[in-house]
Design a protein around this ligand. Sequence first.
Ligand code: DX5
Length: 230
Amino acid sequence: MTTTSARPIEIVPSVLPADFSRLGEAVQGLEKAGVDRIQWDIMDGTFVPNLTFGADVVAATRPLVSVPFEAHLMVHEPTWILDTMVEAGCRLLIVHAEACLHLHRTIGRVRELGVAAAVALSPATPAAHVEHVLDMVEMVLVMTVNPGFGGQAYIPTMERKVAELRRTILDRGLDVDIEVDGGISVATVAGAAGAGANVLVAGSALFKDPAGLGHATDELRSLATAAQRG
Ligand code: DX5
């Protein structure tokens, strides 16, 4: 990882739009499409008004592919679920700043488990909220929709928060990726990458592309790379 602004662009699918009766085939299709990681949206019905999957579902697909897994934990007070997500094969755990009473302690627990740690910010939460844990994480996730559902409209005003975080990270010489998630598509990816995000999560834009997952992945990657170069 480099500390300059031109960090490697990564395309990370959310499996939320996948056919849940064929999740194994879905992750194999994503790996074949050349994605960099796969994001599992873990929703508990409390932190967000939706319920998705737990560690068992993630673990069931783990042996089918070698692409790394990340868990986006939309889970209230997620400490109880960290160990099982690591056992299920996730190598990056993302906790929400708004869901943790003791964010510094929770991130410390993720690091103790020997995997990469990241912190997520819902749209209303300011960048300053994570200032004192930036040196503990590999990545910050800036939500570009309110968490809980796929297929929502991108919130362009989040680009200001991305740019502010990128400046802080550069000023402090930290080695931290910025991920964006929600409404990322060919129409919005350039704005997010141009503001300083280098990891782009996409659900609908990948699964709904009539030309297929590979085409969608390549298109998002080339648009993001071009925008990053400015
Ligand atoms: C929403 C999830 C996102 C969502 C992205 O809470 O965190 O990952 O599934 O889906 P799209 O790309 O369709 O907005």
